[in-house]
Write a protein that binds this ligand. Structure first.
Ligand SMILES: [Zn+2]
Ligand SMILES: [Zn+2]
Length: 301
């Protein structure tokens, strides 16, 4: 199984359609789920994607518009029904605490687990052993955060053949070498560089919706492997996109190009595009590696 999976649970903008559920994307990393937005219906999409709500999890909410946040009450209730015990962390702009608290006070489900809520601002908001999460302001009609998942460098490849040849017994000594520490076998010192290759760059994934095209997002997404960006409209509707705080597919492509991202995934697709090929066509004129997100689409790294 791959170490990192990016799973699109909902890819619609504003209203759901038969094909598209409301916004939510999950980075599945080791045993943890990092969820970006939780539109209505997210828990059902989790079921379809076989993601258990009992898992270790953090949720990052971009902004307090209903299409991005109304899935939280149902998800919290299901977690309680399952008797979840693991704590849950929820990050978002100002207002997220009042929202979750009022749901807890008014909808009676006895919560079985601690919920930690962080009203967050731009900057580094999580620093875990193997990854960081950064936030930056998006350019929408209400305060809205874009997030980046930044994996720390991956350890170099462990050369099992060489380590056996050097006579190191499997077990704690292997672990020490993998951690870059020397070991001693039969009085002989073994340098970890003999058996562990150079570290490899980690993966960077950026989630930016809802937003107009923005330099702040281009800089957050600098050299990202995947930029997931608001691509609500085609270019004929750019005049509508601007006052509503959204981007056209072509504008999203401009941000991806400026950021020197590897892949652009357009999301928050307006219900008017049953066939979204116009969005891909327009974006690819500026940024070739563009795809339109589909519900339950998976990207592995
Ligand atoms: Zn939206
Ligand atoms: Zn919005």
């Amino acid at each position: 199984m791959e170490l990192l999976q990016l799973i699109f649970l909902g890819t619609a903008g504003s209203t759901p359609t038969k094909e598209r559920s409301l916004p939510s994307v999950v980075v599945k990393y080791d045993s943890e789920l990092l969820m970006f937005d939780c539109g209505e219906g997210t828990q059902r999409q989790m079921g379809l994607a076989k993601l258990s709500p009992a898992r270790k999890m953090k949720i990052f909410i971009s902004h307090m518009h209903g299409d991005h946040v109304l899935g939280l009450p149902g998800l919290l209730q299901s977690m309680a029904l399952l008797g979840r015990e693991k704590s849950l962390e929820i990050y978002g702009p100002k207002g997220i605490r009042r929202f979750v608290d009022s749901v807890n006070e008014t909808v009676r489900f006895d919560i079985t687990f601690p919920v930690h809520i962080y009203e967050t601002r731009p900057g580094r908001i999580c620093d875990e052993q193997r990854y960081e999460i950064h936030a930056a302001w998006a350019d929408h009609v209400v305060p809205c955060l874009a997030y980046s998942f930044v994996e720390k460098p991956r350890p170099g490849r462990f050369n099992v053949r060489m380590v056996r040849k050097l006579g190191v017994p499997e077990g704690p000594l292997w672990k020490r070498l993998q951690m870059g520490k020397p070991v001693r076998v039969k009085g002989k010192k073994i340098d970890p560089r003999l058996v562990v290759g150079p570290s490899r760059p980690g993966v960077k994934i950026v989630y930016a919706t809802d937003t107009r095209p923005s330099l702040k997002i281009a800089s957050l997404a600098s050299k990202a492997n995947v930029l997931i960006h608001d691509g609500t409209f085609d270019s004929s509707l750019e005049e509508k996109a601007l006052p509503e705080g959204h981007s056209s597919a072509a504008q999203a492509a401009g941000v991806a190009k400026r950021a020197k991202a590897q892949t652009l995934v357009l999301t928050h697709i307006s219900a008017r595009y049953q066939d979204p090929s116009v969005l891909v066509r327009e974006a690819r004129k500026t940024f070739r590696k563009t795809v339109v997100a589909r519900d339950l689409m998976i990207i592995e790294s």
